[in-house]
Design a protein around this ligand. Structure first.
Ligand code: SF4
Length: 381
């Protein structure tokens, strides 16, 4: 792949949480302010080491994710933002997102974020069933959730996302409906849904193995997806990616870069980058990351070239997860393959079944079939 000239995104990982949720397999640690300061210094070093390399690039999205970015001490995000702005070149208009957890979000932090340039806040609400969350090791009070949305609503903050998790063992329709109703009442502009994956090395996996919990059946997860789809569609949201819904004009520009094959730079422990056809993986260990930064060494422990075959598969897979679909002309230019010919038989069959369609040069999965997108994609690869 030649040099990607489109504006890039920056992802920064904040690896701190008050406590590990039972289902979590992200890199996160419970740490005090001193450790957070050391981490911020390490991030500054990483930025200093990389800034010259990206002098000729423009960035138009920043995404601070975690972990729990809202858990870090007041002033952390503002310092980080100043460092980013003074080190990289940004477009005039950027999307600047931060993930917050209601249990650590405060009015003071909110004002700090706005001052720092944050214009999109993603709230990890997951589910309004407090007991269910506590059963999964996530302690989040309904009061904290209400308070978070009061702050955002009263200040008329324009761009709020709610993260909703489905498929938690024991989760029922009522709690999902209640969660979506709450988000709608609070006028969020974006909803991301996540189906629970029970990953190895998590507490939840251990509970499953010991027979303490049962995995939710696929058909029940599907029912919850359908409920969400209906409620959000009725409220004027458009599903623009399998798991993401937005009001017109509020799609997440940063996440679109992942699906659009656009380059992005990842900073911090366990972050990864995708730049001009190469993937870079930062170390997953916090101590290793900080030591590397103290010695002015790269945090990258693996670099890999994405082969043409992998790149082609990823393009099909990621594009077909979006409502816009796969740009057939671009695909032809990039991979010297006319998919309408090379996969003519499959496309004909899927079109007759009304599972895919070609509209304005894009091949896309039809709306009701997003739920079976994986099977469709496998046929087309
Ligand atoms: S808040 Fe998120 S990152 Fe932190 S432990 Fe829970 S799931 Fe993991």
């Amino acid at each position: 792949m030649s040099k990607d000239t489109r504006p890039m995104g920056i992802y920064i990982h904040i690896p701190f949480c008050s406590k590990k949720c039972d289902y979590c397999d992200f890199v996160s640690y419970s740490m005090d302010t001193k450790a957070q300061q050391l981490y911020l210094e390490a991030l500054f070093t990483e930025i200093d080491m990389l800034k010259n390399k990206f002098m000729d690039r423009t960035f138009d999205t920043i995404f601070i994710g975690g972990g729990t970015p809202s858990i870090v001490y007041e002033g952390f995000i503002a310092s980080l933002s100043r460092k980013l702005y003074s080190s990289f070149h940004f477009a005039d208009k950027i999307e600047f997102s931060i993930e917050v957890n209601p249990s650590s979000f405060t009015k003071e932090k909110f004002f700090e974020y706005v001052e720092a340039g944050v214009n999109r806040i993603s709230v990890g609400i997951q589910c309004l069933d407090q007991k269910l969350l506590a059963n999964h090791g996530r302690f989040q009070s309904i009061e904290n959730v209400r308070e978070t949305f009061n702050i955002l609503r009263e200040s008329e903050f324009p761009n709020v996302n709610g993260d909703v998790m489905i498929g938690l063992p024991g989760q029922n329709k009522r709690s999902v409906v209640q969660t979506i109703k709450f988000l709608l009442k609070n006028k969020v502009k974006h909803v991301s849904t996540y189906a629970l994956q029970i990953e190895r090395h998590t507490m939840l996996y251990d509970k499953l193995r010991r027979g303490k919990i049962k995995r939710m059946k696929d058909k029940d997860v599907l029912t919850l997806y359908e409920i969400i789809y209906k409620m959000l569609s009725k409220a004027g949201f458009k599903r623009y990616e399998v798991s993401n819904y937005a009001k017109p004009g509020f799609e997440c520009e940063h996440n679109k870069k992942y699906w659009d094959d656009t380059s992005y730079l990842g900073l911090g422990v366990s972050a990864h980058s995708y730049i001009d056809g190469y993937r870079y993986y930062n170390t997953k260990r916090l101590d290793t990351y900080i030591d590397a930064m103290n010695e002015n060494k790269s945090a990258v422990y693996r670099k890999e070239y994405v082969s043409d075959a992998e790149h082609r598969e990823e393009r099909i897979m990621l594009s077909l997860r979006t409502a816009k679909g796969l740009n057939l002309e671009q695909f032809k230019q990039d991979f010297k393959e006319d998919l309408l010919r090379s996969r003519a038989e499959q496309i004909k069959k899927l079109t007759e079944l009304k599972m895919v369609e070609v509209v304005d040069g894009y091949l896309r999965i039809t709306e009701p079939n997003f739920y079976v997108s994986n099977q469709i994609i496998l046929e087309l690869i």
